[in-house]
Design a protein around this ligand. Structure first.
Ligand code: IDC
Length: 334
């Protein structure tokens, strides 16, 4: 059914090389990233396609759907897949702050329909369980079981998904995040055994650095599950060489995915540091680390790619409504 839908809704304008298997020729023209690469699987420390070639996905994260759902529509997704050339969208569903917990069924349906829209455009979709405050992932464990079970029931036979089970754990040790992952992952895998799962790391997915720890706690005590990756988030004007070097070391030892980054401060606002951000993306390119940028909205902050008032009407293609960070990241996605 998934393939049939893609065949029917395939857009000729998507005839671009979105996902570049590292070290090989670009995907053949007229094939979308999700069709060209199929079911993803973690192989060694890399993310691989169904030919077991390493791939690097590049794309955008939505802002919180409860606030900026109006920025995720047919025109904006057409632009992201076509004009921007993205291979992945991260669907950021907050749990608190007027998110999922206020209306589980409504948010499940919303995420489900965005998955369909992203799928129709041949992109991969990251389903982001955007827990943030409280930072203990166990606070939302039962909700996460319910949500991911339902998403897996509806979409688990698709080949274009990744599940991110904890956006940014904070205030808890790595052992507690690992415990949470080891309780939740089997529940998801019982329904959907194949979709790769992304696990947040200590201290806002900093691999522990923002708590004064480092990547060794994950390397020495990994989550007991296969086909998983660990996430790293950075904001280039706040997180300098110490963070970059930790990511670099970690990526040689465990599978890493940058599911969130900004070219500005960790508030998602302030001055851009494009020089530092470029160093991160150069590292990601060298090591084949996939990434999604925060965020695909018209929020007033410098890290929201569109100028205020762009959503819902656009235009989303081209550069006329992009802030500096938006222009910068669009140039680097496609
Ligand atoms: C920010 C949003 C802002 C919101 C705040 C609290 O831009 O509108 O009020 O969250 O929820 C993260 C988080 C992400 C943050 C982002 C920027 O995952 O939710 O968004 N950020 O501060 N980690 C580091 C930075």
């Amino acid at each position: 059914m998934f393939r049939k839908k893609l065949a029917v809704l395939f857009l000729p304008m998507l005839a671009l090389s979105f996902v570049v298997p590292t070290g090989t020729a670009p995907a053949a023209p007229s094939v979308t990233p999700a069709v060209a690469n199929g079911q993803l699987e973690v192989c060694g420390v890399k993310l691989c396609n169904d030919q077991r070639q390493a791939v690097q996905l590049r794309g955008m994260s939505t802002h919180g759907l409860q606030w900026y759902g109006q920025c995720v529509n047919d025109a904006s997704l057409d632009a992201l897949a076509g004009d921007w050339g993205a291979s992945v969208m991260r669907i950021s569903m907050y749990v608190q702050e007027d998110g999922y917990e206020t209306d589980p069924e409504g948010f499940t349906n919303l995420v489900s329909s965005i998955i369909d829209d992203v799928t129709a455009r041949g992109m991969y979709a990251i389903v982001d369980w955007h827990m943030l405050d409280p930072g203990d992932p166990y606070h939302n464990l039962e909700r996460a079981k319910t949500f991911f079970s339902e998403i897996a029931r509806r979409h688990g036979d698709q080949t274009n998904l990744l599940y991110e089970i904890a956006n940014e754990p904070n205030g808890v040790p790595w052992s507690r995040i690992k415990g949470y992952a080891e309780e939740l992952i089997p529940v998801i895998r019982a329904i959907d055994p194949e979709t790769p799962i992304l696990v947040g790391t200590r201290a806002w997915s900093s691999l522990g650095l923002s708590d004064g720890a480092d990547e060794s706690e994950v390397i020495d005590n990994p989550v007991n599950a296969s086909n998983i990756m660990y996430t790293f988030h950075f904001y280039a004007a706040s997180h300098g060489d110490e963070y970059l070097n930790a990511l670099s070391r970690a990526a040689d030892r465990v599978p890493m995915f940058i599911t969130e980054f900004g070219t500005q401060e960790y508030t998602g606002d302030g001055q851009n540091d494009f020089t530092m951000a470029q160093r991160y993306l150069d590292l990601a390119a060298r090591k084949g680390i996939s990434w999604t940028n925060w965020n695909f909205s018209d929020d007033f902050r410098s890290g929201a790619v569109f100028t205020e008032g762009t959503c819902p009407g656009g235009p989303f293609a081209g550069t006329s409504r992009l802030k500096p960070a938006g222009e910068w990241v669009r140039d680097r996605i496609g």
